[in-house]
Design a protein around this ligand. Sequence first.
Ligand code: UP5
Ligand code: MG
Length: 196
Amino acid sequence: PLAMKPQVVFVLGGPGAGKGTQCAKIVESYSYTHLSAGDLLRAERSREGSEVGQLIDSYIKEGKIVPVEITISLLRKAMEETMNLDKEKFRFLIDGFPRNQDNLQGWSKVMDGKADVRFILFFECSNQVCIDRCLERGKSSGRTDDNRESLEKRRTCSRRPIIELYEKQGKVRSVDASRDVDKVFADVKKILDKEG
Ligand code: UP5
Ligand code: MG
């Protein structure tokens, strides 16, 4: 039988909006695999022998967007590995990507025809709530970008243009992410149950 084409949901929202938290809850009850672009980049940064570790490190600290070729190759590899292990695992939550037009073009170039982007799960959250959550997390996360200086820079890389683009295609599913975790998840479930 033909292998299934990966079915992708892009999970977007500002730093600290709760993308990772909600994705972790989704995979408990739905047959999705969670791939955080940020987590994959951080893992590659610390991988011994990585040729791009240093580069990733400096981009993340500065809150800048890592060159798309690097991110895509990590995402692609992760999807392939998952599907090689279990061909039933073809549904992916891609968290924190694409962040800008360049990311999206990079994706289209490599993945058009190879994966379907089903919809965008968008966690809407005010700037202040996002910053507060990241600063709170920064007390224990060890993340080099959970500080005020990096957060200012992370914030400026707005994902708005990407959301607007997908809105035109009717693909954005928004959730008010400023509420507590369980309330947010209740809305997420409604969306996923409807999308099938
Ligand atoms: N928390 C979560 N939900 C809560 C709620 N409803 N109420 C109260 N607290 C809540 O949550 C953040 C914190 O808030 C946690 O302490 C959590 O307990 C609490 P989390 O779920 O981690 O939020 P998330 O949206 O995942 O925030 P994150 O900081 O991971 O988002 P970013 O988009 O900033 O980070 P990411 O890891 O995606 O990217 C980091 C960097 O990598 C980028 O800045 C960039 O330099 C680089 N990058 C790229 O270059 N390209 C990419 O494609 C991706 C990343
Ligand atoms: Mg995250």
